[in-house]
Design a binder for this molecule. Structure first.
Ligand SMILES: C[S@@+](CC[C@H](N)C(=O)[O-])C[C@H]1O[C@@H](n2cnc3c(N)ncnc32)[C@H](O)[C@@H]1O
Length: 347
């Protein structure tokens, strides 16, 4: 009984979900079945047969309609399948093209990297070569320095901020040739000790300025250790503002040289470049009036753009100042003659 109830319930649900044309077809079929049944019961065999024939025709038409509908469905399914295949093929082509493009550009990058590496290796080799030659030059200069002087204590290093041995060699050669009575050095250190040894021999005196109290003290200690304090003194001269040609620079407190006159040799090796652009340019503006009538000016690091510019501006603007040709080191040597006449200094 309950099984029959469940069947009835399911049937009712299905009947409710029929579309209108389906409901009409069902009604017609039911009406025909009822007609066949009534005609047969009432003895109208001919009518019953006709109604059965109509029913069979309807069933045949229904099967025909169903098969056409299924064929349509199949065709739509095929078309959807074809479209899907086209989309998948297009996506495959795009993926392959993308991978190929990446592969080609990776190949290009690889080639570029190989070329850069090869160039770097070549330059590195060239750099090593230059370094080796520069080192040989400095070692040869060092031998010559120690052949000329016998220090009384270990010499401070000529690396880092100090003058190179080749520059020192040329500087001390100038001292031996020109025998300056008074040398002023801007920027103390190893060069102060070497200069003091040279001046001890020739009978000159050295005043060295250092903007940094610690470096000044260290240089004084070196001079003491070598017994050169009577020949050379180091003055601490902090950097202060100095106006030159309408521009303000940070330069040594020039008051520290208030008692200094007739500088025969001026060595410019400070202030360090890190204290500001064109750090050494003010030197001749500040000290030109304190140079001897005939003097020599040595500027270290003259291979740097700021220093090259300073030499150009000095020689253009200061009468009697000319650059001397040099063979050794990276410093520039300039001769000064207050009268403007060419200075007759030993080469
Ligand atoms: C170019 S250095 C002078 C070097 C000196 N004429 C020589 O040949 O030994 C200029 C200034 O830099 C400072 N200085 C020296 N050695 C330094 C270092 N290793 N690091 C930073 N500053 C240094 C000192 O104050 C010195 O006066």
């Amino acid at each position: 009984m309950s099984g029959l109830t469940r069947f009835g319930g399911r049937l009712a649900v299905r009947l409710q979900s029929l579309t209108r044309p389906q409901a009409v077809v069902l009604m017609v079929v039911l009406a025909l079945v009822a007609g066949v049944w009534t005609a047969a019961a009432s003895g109208h065999a001919g009518l019953a047969t006709s109604l059965v024939a109509v029913l069979l025709l309807g069933v045949l038409l229904g099967i025909l309609h169903l098969s056409r509908w299924m064929a349509g469905l199949y065709r739509a399914n095929q078309a959807a399948h074809r479209d899907l295949r086209i989309v998948v093929e297009q996506m495959q082509r795009r993926v392959v093209a993308g991978v190929e493009k990446e592969r080609l550009s990776a190949g290009d990058r690889h080639q570029e990297l190989t070329r850069t590496l090869a160039r770097g290796l070549r330059q590195h080799g060239h750099g090593n070569d230059l370094l080796l030659r520069a080192q040989s030059r400095e070692i040869e200069a060092m031998f010559q320095l120690f052949a000329e002087f016998t220090p009384r204590a270990p010499m401070p290093s000529s690396g880092d901020f100090a003058l190179n041995p080749t520059d020192l060699l040329d500087l001390l050669y100038l001292v031996r040739l020109r025998r300056p009575q008074l040398v002023v050095e801007l920027g103390s250190g190893t060069s102060t000790v070497w200069l003091a040894y040279a001046l001890e021999k020739t009978g000159g005196r050295l005043v060295s300025l250092d903007h940094d109290g610690d470096y000044a003290r260290k240089t004084r200690e070196q001079l003491d250790a070598h017994g050169l304090s009577a020949v050379a003194e180091v003055r601490t001269a902090p950097l202060t503002e100095l106006a030159v040609d309408g521009k303000t620079y940070r330069w040594y407190d020039v008051e520290k040289l208030a008692d200094v006159r007739d500088i025969d040799l001026l060595l410019i090796d400070g202030p360090p470049a890190a204290t500001g652009p064109d750090a050494r340019y003010p030197a001749l503006h500040a000290l030109q009036s304190r140079l001897a009538p005939v003097a020599t000016v040595v500027l270290d690091d003259a291979d740097r753009p700021d220093e090259q510019d300073a030499v150009r501006r000095w020689t253009e603007n200061i009468t009697g100042l000319t650059a001397e040709p040099r063979l050794l080191g990276r410093h520039a040597v300039l001769s000064y003659s207050r009268s403007g006449a060419p200075a007759s200094v030993p080469a």
